[in-house]
Design a protein around this ligand. Structure first.
Ligand SMILES: O=P(O)(O)OP(=O)(O)OP(=O)(O)OC[C@H]1O[C@@H](n2cnc3c(O)ncnc32)[C@H](O)[C@@H]1O
Ligand SMILES: [Mg+2]
Length: 220
């Protein structure tokens, strides 16, 4: 599959934060992005049950559902935060960590509560300037592009950081205010969309996917 300027790519998400990041990345290629709330028929697609055990399985479920419903290639992201002091949780359960229908604020509160209850902390030399550093962690994203003929492409990306009990920044979404980047001396939510795309799990996965599609160096 080739993505050409003027094309519209269907993105199998209802998360407006993800849409904004994909839109900014694909803009550099002249490719438009439409999510499930935006494209013809997208709103009629019922909530997709994400019951896979892995990010890749869930991304495939989302991309396949939308590609088969529309007859068009669809891109999906499944992602989450894997926290070392919690044995890798919430992982694939990141969106519903505080329960079905949980908001980002609910999930963030629960994450801080669980880490404090576990007495988690990070030594200063690893915390990289974070205040209230609770655990090392990584964001992981798996992207799957599913074509209606059944052909799929997938790519994964990850970014390491520190979960803190002191939220910072108003950008991004989800756990971004709690995710400190020692290399940048800022929280993920303090980065612009393009700064985030340049380093994030999703940005790295997208760069790999675009290389697989034959668009080297694009969309970073
Ligand atoms: O399934 P879709 O509709 O794409 O949207 P979603 O928000 O439900 O997305 P996921 O099922 O992939 O769940 C991932 C959750 O992990 C968190 N997450 C993933 N990427 C993140 C990022 O870049 N910054 C902050 N939190 C992120 C956030 O809480 C997401 O809701
Ligand atoms: Mg989801």
């Amino acid at each position: 599959m080739r993505l050409a300027p003027g094309d519209t790519l269907l993105v199998a998400t209802r998360n407006k934060g993800k849409t904004a990041e994909f839109r900014a990345a694909f803009e550099t290629l002249g490719v438009k992005v439409a999510d499930l709330t935006e494209f013809e028929g997208g709103r009629d697609i019922p909530d997709i049950v994400e019951d896979g055990d892995t990010f890749e399985a869930n991304a495939k479920i989302k991309a396949r559902t939308v590609a088969l419903a529309t007859g068009l290639p669809a891109l999906a992201d499944d992602s989450g935060l894997c926290v070392d002091a919690l044995g890798g949780d919430p992982g694939v359960f990141s969106a519903r960590y505080a329960g079905e229908g949980a908001t980002d604020a609910d999930n963030n509160e629960k994450l801080i509560r669980e880490l404090r209850a576990a007495g988690a902390s990070v030594p200063e030399e690893i915390a990289g300037g974070a205040s209230q550093a609770l655990s090392t962690a990584r964001f992981v994203s798996c992207l799957v592009l599913f074509k209606p003929d059944g052909d799929t492409l997938s790519a994964e990306g990850a970014v390491e950081g520190i979960v803190t009990g002191a939220p910072r920044g108003a950008g991004g979404f989800g756990y971004d205010p709690l995710f400190w980047l020692p290399s940048h001396g800022r929280a993920m939510a303090e980065l612009s969309v393009s700064e985030k795309n340049a380093i994030s799990h999703r940005g790295q996965a997208l760069a790999k996917l675009l290389r697989l599609l034959g668009a080297p160096g694009a969309a970073r």
